[in-house]
Design a protein around this ligand. Structure first.
Ligand SMILES: Cc1cc2nc3c(=O)[nH]c(=O)nc-3n(C[C@H](O)[C@H](O)[C@H](O)COP(=O)(O)OP(=O)(O)OC[C@H]3O[C@@H](n4cnc5c(N)ncnc54)[C@H](O)[C@@H]3O)c2cc1C
Length: 562
């Protein structure tokens, strides 16, 4: 099969989806290609903070300015993805006492709004916070749900005519002399190789951008910086709390829905597809967490996961390389990744490498994805000789009235269905995918996901992957981590699709492996008890480790179940 498009985008994370939306809004014919599901890469494995800019005022003033500006824009255009919890920067006994004053002055100079807050009031607001804190500043940090963000962008891009294809990996860039003419795709659902021709290819492949650029012979050195995070099974704080010191490991706690996430670490790795969560990393995060919340270890650690930062250090490109530099197909590994800029770069490969038809967008933060997309599309317009202005800072993506989802919305919806007097007076209207009827069965008790929501999500996405339901509906994200709901969801998947039994088996095994991968580093207390119970259910009762499979599980191919 051969197709044609004007702009082809590689990567279905925040940057690629932002670029697809921007390009579609400017009237281009657009096709986005993603090798997994949407938010399969770093965008689905990040810390969840919409930065105010405060974190980067010393280390990265440009990134701080970008974050401050984009924070205000995203609150306006995508409120459904943003939990406006607010944020604090606090001085703990482990932080330099003179940092706070210098930091507040730098924020004001750069344009990051900050305001000192009385300590007595702060300790009343956040009962678990270290009582020894000596400064508290209010900032405009917020929580940002990247699954809602990516789904919102995909929906908006499609409304403007963009096509989005998932589970297709770009395996080759088609060259005509020094010009990229299109791509070859490996369709993991059918096993077919497909060809798409394009006027311009945008490489938004995040930590894999170096590998994609290498397909055209371009040398783009990305430093993949691994960061781990731990979700604590409780809302330990109600706003994002950062420490007032130079950015370091485990110094931010972000409340997300019903949990709080302590993170992160930052370690350079060789390959963005190969990494483990080490016991010392878990220990380090909890130790650092105790500085903010002294009682943190009394709470259940629910899940650990890691993401890979797509860091781009201009100083590492081409000839100016440090002595400890190693190159492995588009990847560089300097000794330290914490110090690499968080700013982004838009690479015009015709100027840089003599290759036409290819632009790479690298580095940046999730908070700055819209600006990265804008810069890429501004350059694309110049290359294609057209003048079309960016409108993504003005056009709202969220439908009118759509707010950030929280678990209470489904309860509210159920109460409404029962005609409760309390809820009848509420003007609140949850988004359609979270509406539930009182009469139907709840499949995931932790996140209140119903049978009809699962059926609707499967019908809309056409997906055979239970992990997609996790991202679409939060299925299995609660305290039981899928223990009681995934075999039920697998049954629904099988009924809806009427596919070969082995396809459902594979979806189930993939899901379990992905979930258990995150519990394995935290095997103590209630998490260990829950895991033991899940193992009894899935291995001993359901025989999940002996099922015949249709495909090698894509998420964690090297491990058998537990
Ligand atoms: C631990 C950690 C914590 C972070 N916390 C924050 C935070 O709190 N706030 C913040 O603003 N930022 C944060 N970041 C940074 C932020 O998450 C990333 O900068 C951002 O998500 C990158 O988005 P992206 O779309 O560029 O890359 P990705 O989300 O990785 O998207 C790239 C996509 O390309 C796809 N792809 C790759 N190769 C191919 C191919 N050959 N064919 C098809 N598809 C391909 C991948 O599957 C992937 O989905 C954090 C990062 C890490 C690692």
């Amino acid at each position: 099969m051969t197709l044609g498009t004007e702009i082809l985008i590689i990567g279905g994370g925040a940057t690629g989806l932002g670029a697809a939306y921007d390009a579609a809004l400017r009237g281009f014919k657009v096709l986005l290609i993603e090798k997994g599901g949407l938010a399969n890469g770093t965008s689905g494995r990040y810390h969840g903070l919409l930065h105010s800019g405060g974190r980067y005022v010393f280390s990265d003033p440009q990134s701080a300015r970008d974050c401050a500006r984009e924070n205000a824009i995203l609150r306006r255009i995508l409120p459904e993805a943003i939990e406006d919890c607010g944020g604090w920067f606090v001085t703990t006994p482990a932080d330099p006492e003179d940092y706070a004053g210098r930091w507040a002055a730098a924020c004001r100079e750069i344009g990051v709004p900050v305001e000192e807050y009385p300590i007595a009031a702060a300790l009343k607001d956040e009962a678990l916070l270290n009582p020894q804190i000596s400064h508290v500043f209010n900032v405009l940090d917020a929580g940002c749900d990247s699954f809602d963000l990516c789904h919102g962008l995909a929906r908006a891009a499609r409304e403007y005519g963009a096509q989005i294809w998932t589970r297709r990996k770009v395996v080759k860039l088609l060259m005509d002399g020094n010009r990229v003419r299109g791509v070859q795709l490996d369709n993991s659902a059918t096993g077919e190789i497909e060809t798409v021709l394009a006027d311009l290819v945008l490489n938004c492949a995040g930590a894999w951008a170096g590998q994609v650029a290498a397909l055209a012979g371009c040398d783009v050195r990305i430093t993949p910086g691994k960061g781990i995070m731990i979700a604590m099974n409780s809302r330990l704080v109600n706003r994002a709390v950062n420490r007032l010191h130079p950015p370091n490991d485990g110094d931010i706690l972000v409340p997300v829905g019903t949990v709080s996430i302590i993170g992160t670490t930052d370690t350079p790795i060789l390959d963005p597809d190969r990494y483990e969560i080490e016991p010392w990393e878990v220990d380090l995060l909890l130790k650092q967490g105790e500085i903010l919340i002294p009682r943190i270890r009394e709470f259940r650690a629910l899940r650990a996961w890691a993401g890979v930062r797509p860091l781009f250090d201009p100083a590492l490109q081409h000839s100016r390389l440090p002595a400890d530099f190693k190159l492995q197909s588009g990847v560089s590994t300097p000794a330290e990744s914490r110090t690499i800029t968080r700013a982004h770069a838009t690479l015009d490969h015709s100027d840089r490498d003599g290759i036409d038809g290819l632009i790479s967008v690298v580095g940046g933060k999730l908070t700055t994805f819209r600006l990265m997309a804008q810069h890429a599309l501004d350059l694309a317009c110049r290359k294609l000789n057209v003048e079309r202005l960016c409108r993504t800072d003005r056009e709202p993506i969220s439908p009118p009235g759509r707010k950030f989802y929280n678990l209470g919305q489904r309860l509210e919806s159920l109460k409404r269905q029962k005609g409760s007097e309390d809820s009848a007076s509420s003007s609140f209207q949850p988004p359609p995918e979270y509406r539930a009827t009182a009469s139907e069965s709840i499949i995931c008790e932790c996140e209140l996901v119903t049978r009809s929501q699962i059926e609707a999500a499967l019908a809309e996405s056409g997906s055979l992957v239970l992990n997609d339901l996790r991202r679409d509906l939060r299925l299995g994200m609660g305290p039981c981590q899928g223990g009681f709901c995934i075999y039920r969801a697998a049954g629904i998947l099988h009924q809806c699709r009427e596919e070969d039994q082995r396809i459902t088996n594979s979806a189930l095994v993939e899901y379990l492996q992905e979930r258990w991968k995150g519990i394995r580093p935290l095997m103590w207390g209630h998490s260990l008890r829950q895991l033991e119970l899940d193992l009894r259910i899935y291995r001993e009762i359901l025989g999940a480790d002996r099922l015949s499979l249709s495909r090698t599980p894509e998420v964690y191919p090297t491990e058998r179940i537990a």
